[in-house]
Design a protein around this ligand. Structure first.
Ligand SMILES: [Zn+2]
Length: 136
């Protein structure tokens, strides 16, 4: 189900709670909402649809993937980036890292540790910030 985008700074600044098996429907909703906005949005965090749970969805080529309870373990290669966000107006300068190591659960709640680079790494850093209540 496509849900409306939350722009409330109070809700967006709350730290996300752990995703559990009971939150499965939220995965579908977040992916549907990202798909709907995919012309101008590469990733989305659950609090952007008003639910403060540690869930993000992101585009990787033609696919939309979800990461649950993601945590950045390591980051390398800082660089300055300009980013926009559907929940925040304008573009904002931030420091991102070219390579990150992330511990997360997939949609079946299996645990992974994976290295991401380049654009995918940047999207994940932006969305995982959302989960901590941090906006660009
Ligand atoms: Zn954002």
């Amino acid at each position: 189900m496509i849900r409306p985008i939350c722009k409330d700074p109070f809700l967006l600044s709350q730290k996300a709670k752990e995703m559990t098996e009971e939150d499965r429907e939220l995965i579908r909703d977040l992916k549907d909402t990202l798909q709907f906005h995919s012309a101008h949005c590469l990733g989305m965090a659950a609090n952007m649809i008003g639910v403060p749970k540690a869930l993000i969805a992101f585009r990787e080529g033609p696919l939309i993937k979800a990461i649950l309870n993601g945590e950045i373990l390591e980051k390398k290669g800082p660089y300055p980036a300009m980013e926009g966000c559907l929940s925040v107006s304008g573009s904002h300068s931030v420091t991102r890292y070219r390579e990150i190591r992330v511990r997360y659960q997939d949609e079946g709640f299996s645990e992974h540790v994976q290295t991401f680079q380049g654009l995918t790494a940047q999207i994940l850093q932006h969305e995982l910030d959302h989960c901590k209540g941090v906006l660009v």
